[in-house]
Design a protein around this ligand. Structure first.
Ligand code: PBG
Length: 321
C-alpha cells in the first residue's frame, strides 16, 4: 500500500498516540552516574565539565544519597589519589580514596549499586593505564596490579568492578582473583570496546589522568575499527565479563548496534566527558535546547544500549520523561 492510502502521519497526530507507538523508552533505571572523589576537605568544580564536581569522601557519600533519592540505580566511582607513583600503588591501598568511599557509601546507601572503575591512569605519575617498560605499557605486569585493585575494591564492598584500561586478558585475570577470594558474586562490566578518543579530554582534567608522554594508541582501539570491536567483545565474553561496554557512545552508535545484535550480555554505553561538555556548552550558548540531552540518550538506547553511563543522569532524573 502506498500514498494516498498509506499515510504515516496518522500515528503522529496526537501525543498519546505517538507515545503508544514509541519504540524506545528511556528510564531512570537505565542510568549510571559517574562521581569523582578525592581526599581533601573542599569540593572542587571541574572547569571543563560544568555542573560536575570533585568531591571529598563525605561529599561523595552525600552525592550518592542524592542519586539514590532521584531514583538512579547505580554510580561509578573515579578516584584522584593523594599521591601518584610509577606503579600507581595508591590504587590498591586499603585506605585509598575509592576503598574508603565505597565502604562509607555502602554503609549509608546500601541499596545503591556501586561500580568502581579499575584502571591505573589516575594513579600513575606518568598517567598511563599500566606499568611502563620501554616507553610502553607492559600488559602482563599490569594485569597483576589490576588484580590487586579489583580485590581491594571488592573487599571494600563494591558490587561491580569495571576494568577500563584495555589490557589483554584483564577480565580473565580479575575474574580469577575475585573467585579465588570468595568474591564470586562481584560482577565485571568490561570496557570491552573502548576507543582511542578525543572525547575524553574533560575527564582527563577532572581526574588528572593525561599521559605525560605519548598517548594511549597502543592499548585503546583505533576509531576506524568496527570488526575489531567484535573480537574485543567476544574475548571479554569468553573471559567471563557479565556486561559489555562501548565507549564513547554517540560517535560509536554503529558499534553499540553491532554489539547488541551479536551478543546476549547486557550492554552499557558511556556518554563520555567530551560528549557531555559539548552538549552542555551548546545549550548554555542557546545553540540547541535542553531537550537535546534526552534526544542524545534516546539515540544511544535506540542503538542498543541497555544502560548508559552519563554525567546528565541527575538532571535527567529530576525531570519527568
Ligand atoms: C580510563 C578512563 C577514561 C575515561 C574513564 N576511564 C579515559 C581515558 O583517559 O582514556 C573517560 C571517561 C570520560 O571521558 O568521561 N581509566
Amino acid at each position: 500500500m502506498m500514498f494516498p492510502n498509506k499515510r504515516m502521519r496518522r500515528l503522529r497526530r496526537k501525543e498519546t498516540t505517538r507515545n503508544l507507538v514509541k519504540e524506545t523508552n528511556l528510564s531512570k533505571d537505565d542510568l549510571i552516574y559517574p562521581i569523582f572523589v578525592e581526599k581533601r576537605e573542599d569540593t572542587l568544580d571541574i572547569p571543563t565539565m560544568e555542573g560536575i564536581k570533585r568531591f571529598p569522601v563525605e561529599g561523595a557519600v552525600k552525592e550518592a544519597k542524592k542519586v539514590k533519592e532521584l531514583g538512579i540505580p547505580a554510580i561509578i566511582l573515579f578516584g584522584v589519589p593523594e599521591e601518584k607513583d610509577k606503579k600507581g600503588s595508591f590504587a590498591w591501598k586499603k585506605k585509598g580514596v575509592i576503598q574508603e568511599s565505597v565502604r562509607k557509601i555502602k554503609e549509608e546507601v546500601p541499596s545503591l549499586t556501586v561500580i568502581t572503575d579499575v584502571c591505573l591512569c589516575e594513579y600513575t605519575s606518568h598517567g598511563h593505564c599500566g606499568v611502563i617498560k620501554n616507553k610502553d605499557v607492559e600488559n602482563d605486569e599490569t594485569l597483576e596490579l589490576l588484580k590487586k585493585i579489583s580485590r581491594s575494591h571488592a573487599e571494600a564492598g563494591a558490587d561491580i568492578v569495571a576494568p577500563s584500561g584495555m589490557m589483554d586478558g584483564m577480565v580473565k585475570a580479575i575474574r580469577e582473583v575475585l573467585d579465588d577470594n570468595s568474591f564470586q558474586d562481584i560482577g565485571i562490566i568490561s570496557y570491552s570496546a573502548k576507543y582511542h578518543s578525543n572525547f575524553y579530554g574533560p575527564f582527563r582534567d577532572a581526574a588528572e589522568s593525561s599521559p605525560d608522554f605519548g598517548d594511549r594508541r597502543t592499548y585503546q582501539m583505533n576509531p576506524s575499527q568496527r570488526r575489531e570491536a567484535y573480537i574485543e567483545n567476544q574475548l571479554d565474553v569468553e573471559e567471563g565479563a557479565d556486561m559489555l561496554m562501548v565507549k564513547p557512545a554517540m560517535p560509536y552508535l554503529d558499534i553499540i548496534r553491532d554489539t547488541k545484535n551479536r551478543f546476549n550480555l547486557p550492554i552499557a554505553a558511556y556518554q563520555v566527558s567530551g560528549e557531555y561538555s559539548m552538549i552542555k556548552n551548546a545549550i548554555d550558548q542557546n545553540l540547541i535546547p535542553e531537550e537535546a540531552v534526552l534526544e542524545s540518550l534516546i539515540s544511544i538506547k535506540r542503538a542498543g544500549a541497555d544502560m548508559i553511563l552519563t554525567y546528565f543522569a541527575k538532571e535527567v532524573a529530576k525531570n519527568e520523561f
